[in-house]
Each structure stands twice: as structure tokens, then as C-alpha cells.
Design a binder for this molecule. Structure first.
Ligand SMILES: [Zn+2]
Ligand SMILES: [Zn+2]
Ligand SMILES: [Zn+2]
Length: 259
């Protein structure tokens, strides 16, 4: 089945603490370049009037307002770290507007962690105030359909944990990884657009450096590769000037059309 054309909107390109980072006065945290303002990592995939969100960051409310999101058809979760899930309560306005349950997709361990983090959403106890109305869908590693677009979970190592990236059509979004297993690399061939973790230059136990990401990009040969989950060690303009032409830095508000 041919994938519909879609648009990817980068809602956040920053690492877990965001950029600027609280209390920091470094050149990047005080930069006037709007691309050095990075909310926590998330993208929106839009096609045929549908909006599919990957991760609900602590900045989700601000991201949805900034991008003008007026409806939400599904949420996919990469993993349950705080920077990827803590905005989940803010899907309530979509419940009010749409009067339906919003499907959320995650691996069983990720879903269990989300349910431990937000027990009041899932415990079935009637609350005096409103809570998100969600429809839980567990992923088993096979491809799954969301409103007519097929998503393929791509297992990656994030430190010692296995988390998911997602491939959809000729695009893939991998946000937190320290290693990509060979079998997963094979799922990432013939891409138009590839997102990779590009945290910083210094090695990190659970993330990928810029140099490592550039090597992965060279191996996978996507037409365009964007680094995301970026910390304040990278100023957009200078960091990008050091990259090969087919590798760019993602930035908040970036919109990419995928035919
Ligand atoms: Zn993260
Ligand atoms: Zn800083
Ligand atoms: Zn993480």
C-alpha cells in the first residue's frame, strides 16, 4: 500500500532539560537565534487532515499552541522517560473538542511506566475533575496502522534499555539512542528523511554524539538526515556549518514535506 504524502513538524528539538537550560548563561542559552530555543523532543506527523503526535513532552501545551494543533488523532510513545511523557495530561482539550477517546500506542513496558506515572488516568475510578480519555494500544513490534499510515517500530538501544523509533513511509524518527542494532539498521534503508539523536560532541552513556550520528547518516544514506534531542553545547549556526550537506540540525518549527 502506498503511503500518503505527509508533513513532519518538529515540535521540539531539545534534550531532556530543554535549551535554554534553567540557570545557564552560556552563549547558546542566551543566543538570539530562534533555532537555539529548543523545547523537549517531539514531532507531529500530518496527512489527509490527520494529526499523529510522537511523544507528549513536558512542553506539549506550549508546542500545540505554537503549532496551532486543533485536533489530535493518535499519540505514539518512543519510551517513558519524563521528557517524552510528562505532557500527557494536556491532551484533555482534544478530548473536549473531539468527544472521543484518543488512541495511544506504546510497547508494553513503556505503557506500564506511563500507567504508573499517571495512575488517575487509567485506574477507572471516577474523578471529580476531568482526566484524559485514552484508548490503550500495545505494540508488539509489528507494523501498525494509524489512520491509514503504517508505522513500523524500530528497536534501538538507549543505554541498557530498548526503546522504539518509528519508520513511516520514507521517513523515520529516532530520538533517544546510544546504539542501533544491525537488524534495525536494515529497517532504515531508502529513506527520504531520517531523524537521529545528536545530543552533543562529548560521549554520553545513553545518547549519540554528533560524530556518531554523522557516521550513521553516512551508512544509511537517507536523502536528508536531521539531528535532534540537542543540548546547549551546540549553537545552531556554527554546529550546522560543520556538518556534511545532507545532515542538518532539526529546530523547533521546522516543517518537512515527504512526498
Ligand atoms: Zn529524551
Ligand atoms: Zn547553556
Ligand atoms: Zn530517554
Amino acid at each position: 500500500m502506498a503511503a500518503p504524502a505527509f508533513q513532519i513538524t518538529v515540535l521540539g528539538s531539545g534534550t531532556s532539560v530543554g535549551v535554554p537550560t534553567i540557570g545557564c548563561r552560556c552563549a547558546v542559552c542566551t543566543s538570539a537565534d530562534p533555532r537555539d530555543n529548543r523545547l523537549r523532543p517531539s514531532i507531529l506527523v500530518s496527512f489527509e487532515g490527520r494529526n499523529v503526535l510522537i511523544d507528549t513532552t513536558p512542553d506539549f501545551r506550549a508546542q500545540a499552541l505554537r503549532a496551532g494543533i486543533d485536533h489530535l488523532d493518535a499519540v505514539l510513545f518512543t519510551h517513558a522517560h519524563a521528557d517524552h511523557i510528562m505532557g500527557l495530561d494536556d491532551v484533555r482539550p482534544f478530548n473536549f473538542r473531539q468527544k472521543n477517546r484518543i488512541p495511544i500506542f506504546a510497547a508494553p513496558a513503556t505503557m506500564a511506566a506511563i500507567q504508573r506515572t499517571f495512575p488517575y488516568i487509567f485506574d477507572g475510578v471516577r474523578q471529580e475533575s476531568n482526566v484524559p480519555q485514552l484508548d490503550v494500544r500495545l505494540l508488539d513490534g509489528s507494523p501498525f496502522d494509524v489512520c491509514g499510515l503504517e508505522f513500523l517500530p524500530v528497536p534501538v538501544l538507549h543505554g541498557s534499555a530498548t526503546v522504539y523509533g518509528f519508520r513511516f513511509g520514507a521517513a523515520a524518527y529516532l530520538t533517544d539512542h546510544s546504539a542501533i542494532p544491525l537488524a534495525s539498521l536494515e529497517l532504515l534503508r531508502s529513506l527520504d528523511v531520517l531523524f537521529l539523536d545528536g545530543l552533543r560532541y562529548k560521549p554520553h552513556p545513553t545518547h549519540t554524539t554528533v560524530d556518531q550520528a554523522v557516521r550513521i547518516a553516512a551508512e544509511l544514506q537517507a536523502r536528508r538526515t536531521y539531528l535532534t534531542h540537542i543540548c546547549h553545547d551546540l549553537g545552531h549556526q556554527r554546529a550546522e556549518s560543520l556538518l556534511p550537506p545532507h545532515v542538518r540540525l532539526a529546530y523547533d518549527g521546522l516543517e518537512i514535506r515527504v512526498p
